[in-house]
Design a protein around this ligand. Structure first.
Ligand SMILES: [Zn+2]
Ligand SMILES: [Zn+2]
Length: 784
């Protein structure tokens, strides 16, 4: 939106015009001022530009057609890392200025546009990196205003060199001259450096001692090619790297990391190399090349050369391209084809960032280290993205996206939204600070299960509060009393005398399909009911904005052994088959479960007596149960493994909605708020019949996905009949399943629903705090 507000009458004749522009959005620390300087010079305009509290303000004067051309080009040619949200232009009397100046920003002024996200090396820098005649030839830390680290090296705002970890490197005269020259593409590039004055790399042994080497990068390549495991310090933390085509080396990494099944990400040189190992759609290719450089989940090619151990049992690879000069240098060597590059941590611990910390934590995993002395101030994992129906869906929102603001639904720019904190959940935590209609999400913080996780949470919160000058006036948290995040939120809010808002993760005035692996309901029966396959009616515009009603849910099935049933899906299958009224001690079912009669008898007794057997309506657990029966997946190595493998099994089957397995619908009563129950009993009977007749497992997997989608679509149609609501919001970890998300979306749209889905935030645990913030903002806005 660009508006020209009526200004004072011009008294200066018709030949010149002066305009003052207030530009809002991501316009600081992204090369905006040198860009405007160049633009003004090219158009022959005089005036000035300065950073201000909300963005930048520009004053220009010159011939009217030049001023107009400037305004047009300002948007059309804005630097790649910038994002213009609005431009307000005011026409003022001409001053008779003769040159264009960049006015120094007031270091003490309140700067509120924050810090940009980290950005991949740009083409200009890449050219210099590989040019033997350039003074930065093979320098692993080159960058410019269009690229380089930002969020991860910044301590606090304003985003200026003294506030970054580059403060300890004094620029040499050549770098300083670039930094000071408004016409240079490194003008005010805060991390600007060269081999003479900037950070450096070195090799270190497992115990941390430096290994003398003339060319640490070349030595790293030789060792990787020989099958060694490297811990490489990057932008947001350390990566563990190993040659991705070397089966034995990948297995050794898995053994040392104690991580067996979970897929590992693979980095390749360029798009061409990515095409050689994956079948890529145009949308996937454009995400691979985006400045955020996320890991993109893509279909792997048969016999692509990548070791099977990289992503066992699934037809996809998480693939990404180099985004830091050091990575480009590794891949500039013809010997390096593809590298496993995985976050250097043990399971869901925070990623290691500090050199000493890395030695302590990774010395048992890595054979050697490639370190550097540019301090990482913010841990930040790689982001992970999948394309669902051609639209990008963030699975893990971190490097390249943090700390960019995401609008709150229905509230962008609404300044009355009070500052608040939503602490998120338990697994894969991400918290959200909200202010002025925008949500500022933390990077992916991992599981909040111990003190290390909580420390990372505290550290990231302090940083983001400081960065965006947000002092929360309320705290939103999950209903689950056992979550460390809930416990912490209560303590923190009490200390500060802030109101607490307990909320389920839903938003909007909608029918919410919440399909998840873990969850916690409000039916007041303590921890004996675990939700996760829900059709909820949420009316934020109604009398009770916080309220939602449960319209329907997957019928409860027992989880014999509680948590153990999550790790061992065969237990889930046993519970589900028992709930379906089948004889779990029959020879057929014993064979399917791969279990001993004695074990099954014990669990059956537990179920019947309700001992250590919570009930669940979780859709994720239904996937687990089906995977256990169809794939024989009796134990899982990582969360959602069974569901991911089931989706993978069906990958080549058409999306045939009509062929889905049937579910039973046990009527409820909406007036009495008695939910409709969706029973998987009929599904199990047909699925077992298919197994008996030897139907292809890929077809069984496809029919299962189609059946689940059809059942929830039917329930949504019933909900519409009862309430008249036409909008459906899809959320929960099961939405990471692209087949299910696709079937639900297309089926719901065919029924005339308007379908909403998280795009900029993760639909799973990572997006929980965003939903909490949205609901809390709506509640607080009503109260005020
Ligand atoms: Zn650059
Ligand atoms: Zn220098």
């Amino acid at each position: 939106m660009q508006e020209f507000l009526p200004g004072p009458t011009r008294t200066d004749g018709p030949r010149l015009r002066r305009a003052v522009l207030a530009v809002r959005g991501v316009v600081q620390g992204v090369g905006f001022r040198p860009f405007v300087y160049r633009l003004a010079s090219e158009e022959g305009l005089a005036g000035s530009i300065a950073n201000d509290t909300g963005g930048v303000s520009i004053s220009i004067e010159g011939p009217p057609e030049r001023v107009e051309a400037f305004c047009r080009r300002l948007r059309a040619e804005a630097p790649p890392l910038s994002r213009i949200d609005s431009v307000i232009a005011l026409e003022l009397p001409v001053r008779g200025e003769t040159d264009f100046r960049i006015v120094a920003s007031d270091a003490h002024g309140q700067v509120s546009t924050g810090i940009p996200a980290d950005a991949a090396t740009c083409v200009d820098c890449l050219r210099e990196l590989l040019d033997p005649h350039d003074r930065r030839y093979r320098y692993p830390f080159l960058n410019c205003t269009n690229c380089g680290p930002r969020f991860t090296i910044t301590r606090r705002i304003p985003y200026d060199r003294p506030q970054t970890s580059m403060a300890s490197f004094k620029m040499c005269p050549a770098c300083q001259a670039e930094y000071d020259d408004p016409a240079d593409r490194r003008f005010h590039a805060q991390p600007n450096a060269c081999a003479l004055c900037g950070p450096r790399v070195w090799l270190a042994a497992r115990e941390g001692a430096q290994i003398p080497s003339d060319d640490p990068v070349d030595e790293t390549i030789s060792r990787l090619v020989a099958g060694e495991i490297a811990a490489i310090k990057g932008i947001g933390g350390f990566h563990l790297a190993v040659e991705a085509c070397n089966e034995a080396a990948v297995m050794r990494l898995r053994e040392r990391k104690h991580r067996y099944g979970k897929p590992l990400a693979v980095m390749v040189r360029d798009l061409e190399a990515a095409r050689a190992i994956c079948e890529l759609t145009a949308a996937e290719e454009s995400q691979l090349l985006a400045v955020a450089r996320p890991i993109v989940l893509a279909r792997r090619r048969q016999a692509c050369g990548i070791a099977d151990a990289v992503a066992p049992g699934i037809p996809w690879l998480g693939v990404y391209l180099p985004y830091a000069p050091l990575q480009h240098l590794l891949f500039a060597d013809a010997r390096v084809i593809a590298l496993v590059m995985t976050s250097a941590n043990l399971s869901e611990e925070p990623i290691a960032i500090d050199n000493h910390e890395a030695v302590a934590r990774l010395g048992q995993i890595a054979d050697f280290f490639l370190m550097h002395d540019r301090v990482i101030l913010q841990r930040c994992d790689d982001s992970v993205m999948a394309l669902v129906d051609g639209a990008p869906q963030l699975i893990r929102r971190a490097r390249g996206f943090v700390p960019l603001a995401v609008p709150l639904p229905g509230r962008p720019g609404k300044d009355e939204t009070p500052p608040l904190l939503a602490v998120g959940g338990h697994l894969k935590n991400v918290f959200t600070l909200a202010k002025g209609g925008f949500a500022y999400q933390s990077q992916h913080l991992g599981d909040l299960e111990n003190i290390t996780g909580l420390d990372f949470f505290r550290e990231a919160l302090a940083h983001l509060m400081h960065t965006f000058a947000i002092e929360p006036e309320a705290v939103a948290h999950d209903l689950h009393p056992g979550y460390l995040s809930t416990f912490w939120a209560k303590e923190w809010a009490t200390e500060r005398k802030l109101p607490l808002i307990a909320e389920h993760s839903l938003r909007g005035s909608v029918i919410g399909l919440s399909l998840d692996g873990t969850g916690y309901g409000t039916d007041g029966r303590g921890d004996s009911r675990i939700w996760g396959g829900e059709v909820l009616i949420c009316a934020l515009d109604g009398p009770d904005p916080a309220g939602f009603d449960r319209f329907a849910h997957l019928d409860y099935v027992p989880m014999p052994g509680g948590e153990a049933a999550i790790r061992e899906p065969w237990r889930m299958a046993l519970g589900a088959l028992h709930a379906a009224g089948l004889d779990v001690e029959s020879p057929e079912i014993l064979a399917l479960l791969g279990a001993k009669a004695q074990e099954v008898r014990v669990l059956r007794r537990m179920i019947e007596r309700g001992v250590n057997t919570p009930l669940t309506s979780s859709c994720g657990r239904l996937f687990d149960a089906v995977a256990a029966v169809v794939l024989g997946r009796s134990v899982v190595d990582y969360e959602a493994q069974a569901a991911i493998e089931l989706e993978g099994l069906a990958v080549d089957e058409p999306d045939a909605n009509a062929s889905g397995y049937p579910f039973g619908m046990i009527d409820g009563d909406w007036e009495l708020r008695l939910p409709l129950r969706i029973s998987a009993g009929p599904l199990w009977r047909e699925l077992l019949a298919d197994l008996r007749t030897g139907a292809a497992k890929s077809q069984i997997a496809a029919r299962f996905h189609a059946g689940v989608a059809a059942a929830f679509i039917r329930a949504a149609v019933s909900a519409r009949s009862a309430t008249g609501i036409q909008q459906v919001a899809l959320s929960g970890g099961c939405m990471h399943n692209r087949r299910l998300a696709r079937l639900l979306r297309s089926g719901l749209e065919a029924q005339g629903f308007q379908v909403f889905q998280h795009r900029q935030v993760s639909p799973g645990d990572g997006g929980l705090s965003y939903g909490q913030a949205a609901v809390a903002a709506a509640i607080l806005a009503k109260e005020s």
